[in-house]
Design a protein around this ligand. Sequence first.
Ligand code: ZN
Length: 310
Amino acid sequence: MKDILFLNPVFKTMIWGGNKLATEYGYNLPSDNTGECWAVSAHKNGDCTIKNGEFEGKALSWLWDNHKELFGNAAGEVFPLLVKIIDAKTDLSIQVHPDDAYAKANENGALGKTECWYILDCDEDGEIVIGHNAKDKEELKEMIEGNRWQELIRVCPIKKGDFFQIEPGTVHAIKKGTMILETQQNSDITYRLYDYGRLENGKPRELHIDKSIDVIGCPHIDKEVRGKLIRSEECDIEELISCNFYSVQRISMHGEQDFEQSNKFLNISVINGSGVIDGYNVIKGDHFIIPSGYGTYHLKGDMELIVSHI
Ligand code: ZN
């Protein structure tokens, strides 16, 4: 009988981070400017360990390398997904990611990055950067060279519960006062386009203008997201996105129900409330993986979950 794999997150101190991962999610944080909780990660820069059972203390990357059967013998050298919770106390720099082909050719064979954002919480007048206003590459270059950032960058209002898919080549940035659950390809390749002219230790952070111009899609096209929502007495299940790299759903439990684990593996994050999964008590801030071949699992409680799989 396979066990559910509960994970110990890894925390990252960032100049733009805050302390909401402690006050809202109850984590023990390394600093008062903790920007990221790497909740489901086997990335070398932040490898989660297993909290329970026969693999207690082992890294998720170790499990991927040595017990592929838990992940349905999925192909690939690395665990393919990375789930984070982000607390942005101040604006993040404006960035763009390459796709797999560009990253492979220009970043030593690394993976590109497609990511998606579920807005956990934000300020009343919350905003986010998605896309740009240049009609083609020519105009993009002109605007960048002319420092016409206000004109170029597209800022959109957001509210709690919004969801965005960030395809490679999409200009994007999280803005102050926003908490996000991010599901992404397991990659760290980021090109910084603009940093609001800020200084870190007296110096501007490195920008990657040429690579950014290479990969930014022109014109920007908004990606349609959110599929069907199935409501029932026990739970609501909403399809947020299904793309080549991942599928993400939101489950809102207000009762109990059996579910079938028919994917190679299933990542689950509890983002609100509390409940029980097969005898384990779970609460907001818990993250776990249901392995391949686990079969039926039973959820009960008043809680909201973000679920992802490949
Ligand atoms: Zn990004």
